[in-house]
Every structure is written in C-alpha cells, then in structure tokens.
Ligand binder design. Structure first.
Ligand SMILES: [Zn+2]
Length: 179
C-alpha cells in the first residue's frame, strides 16, 4: 500500500483574500479580484504548491442565493485563474448557517480536513491565508502551523491573533513563502 502525504498546498479563503469582500457576493459582476492575487498564485505554483480555496457561504443557508449561483460564479472564477495560468486544485465551500453546528463552517476545520484526505496534503508543509481570525483557527485545528492573516479591510485584533504572520496586502506573501 502506498500512501504518501507529500503534496503541499496553499489554502486560500475567498472573500477578502481572492476578491474584494462584498457581503453575500454571488454575481459575477460584483466580483473583483484583489490586486496581485494572480502574481502570488503563480509564485506559489512555481514553488510546487497546489492551490485550494476554502470558503464559508452562509448566504446559501440564508436563502440569499442558491448553491447553483455559487457554482456559476466559481466556474467563472476558475476560468479567470486559468487565463492567468493558475490551476485551482479544488474548492470547498460551507453552505450552512452559523447556528447549524456543521463541522465545515470555519473556524471548524472540516473543509481543510476533507481537502487533506481527498488530496493527500501534508498540512505541516502547507499554508493558510485568510482575512479573518476564523481562517487562522480553522488552519491551526487542521494541523497547519503556517498561518497568514491579511488585512484587506476587516478590523483585525492583531494583539490577540494566533496568526504567524500579519500582513497588509496579499503581495507580501511573496516574501514570506519562499520555499
Ligand atoms: Zn458547513
């Protein structure tokens, strides 16, 4: 039996990391990529990382949009990444509401653990990049120690954050993730 945990990944939150955070975003027209995201993703690929997106989408449980709307937007987003020579290995989303007690909504680690098992990811060699402390907590709970909190608009409690790195913009990850 061969079972290797060699693959390393960059886990990216979506809203606030890949695109400018708009509440309950589901329309392509409202989706705006954050400056520099394609460059850093190419950098991660060149270092041998797979790129995986993990995103809370409680707007689905709240009936603000449907799972199909999320999928349409996701397919469009993946194509935009492809046009920029970036392959997204997988996308995991939690459609549940905060009071559903599911095990996938961040800060729970469910999506990350699913990704780990599905793709044989070595979490110790992986990174998570988020704009909320819940991303960092989910990462740590799933065995990721390389955590980056990016300040893309949200108020961040820097003193109480468990993130290993706190940065102003996604472009700075180029200098943090170098191998
Ligand atoms: Zn969930």
């Amino acid at each position: 039996m061969e079972y290797q945990l060699n693959k390393k990944a960059i886990f990216l939150d979506r809203d606030g990391v890949i695109n400018i955070d708009v509440n309950y975003l589901y329309r392509i027209n409202d989706f705006e990529f954050i400056e520099g995201i394609f460059e850093v993703c190419r950098h991660f690929q060149n270092l041998g990382y797979s790129i995986i997106i993990v995103t809370n989408q409680s707007g689905i449980a709240r009936d603000l949009y449907k799972d199909e709307d999320f999928q349409v937007l996701t397919n469009w987003m993946i194509k935009e990444f492809k046009k920029n020579h970036i392959n997204i290995l997988d996308i995991f989303h939690c459609p549940h509401s905060p009071d559903s007690h599911c095990n996938c909504r961040k800060p729970k680690p469910g999506m990350l653990l699913n990704a780990k098992h599905k793709h044989n990811i070595n979490m110790q060699n992986s990174w998570i990049i988020g704009d909320k402390e819940t991303d960092i907590i989910a990462g740590i709970s799933s065995g990721i120690t390389n955590t980056i909190l990016v300040k893309s608009g949200h108020k961040i409690d820097e003193l109480n954050s468990k993130a290993k790195f706190i940065i102003d913009s996604i472009q700075q990850t180029n200098k943090i993730i170098t191998s």
